[in-house]
Design a protein around this ligand. Structure first.
Ligand SMILES: [Zn+2]
Length: 205
């Protein structure tokens, strides 16, 4: 069985219909693509190993908009296109770039992204620098999940609340940790959805 073909088929089905069943089938296909997931929840070093094994480049940068960001398409190209679009508008009021675009357009981050793009590293995970180890592990797993679930692909039309929920479900499955960004009640629900009973429910693990 070609596990990658199964994964791609499940991902395609999930992106067309992000139902709970299709999410679970996609997560199931990931087990066979990355057998280390059979041991989930994984300790931090294995989460980092999985990110590397998946071929994603992690950049720790001083992003302001969020704790992490998953990027797939050549980010330098997006930023440049946006800047050119804004310049072309001349004296028309330019659309206000959102916080994430502003982060990506900052020199310090822009040049790092450009450097990755030159090396044809286009699967990127940006993590806010200075996070504590537990928050960092969760943020890494959350951004990795966005990538693996296909949320960063152009064909993904999911509403962001749903893709965030699904990335949290996957991150909780991978790490066994509660999200540091959700309330205790939300984490309890997450643990229930994933099926972890005694582990890491509410607050920091
Ligand atoms: Zn997210």
């Amino acid at each position: 069985m070609n596990v990658n073909a199964v994964y791609l088929m499940m991902r395609d089905r999930y992106l067309r219909d992000p139902s709970w069943e299709n999410l679970l089938a996609l997560l199931g296909s990931l087990l066979y693509k990355f057998p280390v997931l059979f041991k989930a929840p994984l300790p931090p070093e294995e989460v980092e190993g999985l990110v590397k094994n998946c071929g994603f480049e992690v950049l720790e940068v001083s992003i302001k908009a969020c704790h992490g960001l998953a990027l797939t398409i050549n980010p330098a190209r997006i930023v440049r296109r946006k800047l050119i679009e804004n310049l072309k508008k001349g004296d028309l009021p330019a659309p206000e770039p959102d916080l994430i675009d502003k982060d990506l357009a900052r020199d310090e981050i822009f040049w790092k992204l450009t450097e990755c793009a030159k090396r044809e590293k286009t699967g990127l995970i940006l993590i806010k620098e200075g996070l504590g180890p537990e928050v960092k592990t969760y943020a890494l797993a959350h951004e990795l999940s966005h990538h693996l679930l296909g949320h960063t692909l152009a064909e993904c039309e999911m509403e962001s609340w749903l893709s965030e929920l699904h990335a949290d479900v996957a991150a909780h499955w991978i790490t066994g940790r509660p999200s540091p960004f959700l309330s205790e009640e939300e984490n309890r629900l997450l643990a229930k959805l994933v099926g972890y009973k005694k582990r890491a429910v509410g607050g920091h693990a």
